[in-house]
Design a protein around this ligand. Structure first.
Ligand SMILES: [Zn+2]
Length: 90
């Protein structure tokens, strides 16, 4: 439950948890054919169509570490409980 939250202003080179370099950008919305193929090939991660306002921008698939865009840090610091309730949706 006490998951460490990571924020970054750009795509991290390595996962902050396991140091793997296989970090994927998360793309939201209904995937078109090209995007679906990119996801199948492991080039991007699909985030689904529902945005909560506390949506991570990148993730490492295997360890499932998610990294949030820097612009959301303020929201998290202002009301962490609200942020956590929004981001816990998987
Ligand atoms: Zn990791």
């Amino acid at each position: 439950m006490n998951e460490t939250l990571y924020f970054a202003s750009r795509k991290p080179r390595r996962c902050p948890e396991c140091r793997s370099s296989n970090v994927l950008r998360i793309v939201y919305g209904y995937p078109d054919f090209d995007l679906f193929q990119d996801a199948e090939a492991g080039r991007v991660a699909l985030g689904g169509c529902v945005l909560t306002g506390a949506d991570p921008s990148w993730r490492r698939m295997d360890c499932d570490t998610r990294v949030f865009p820097q612009r959301l840090r303020r929201l998290y610091e202002d009301s962490p409980d609200e942020f956590l309730s929004k981001q816990r949706r998987r």
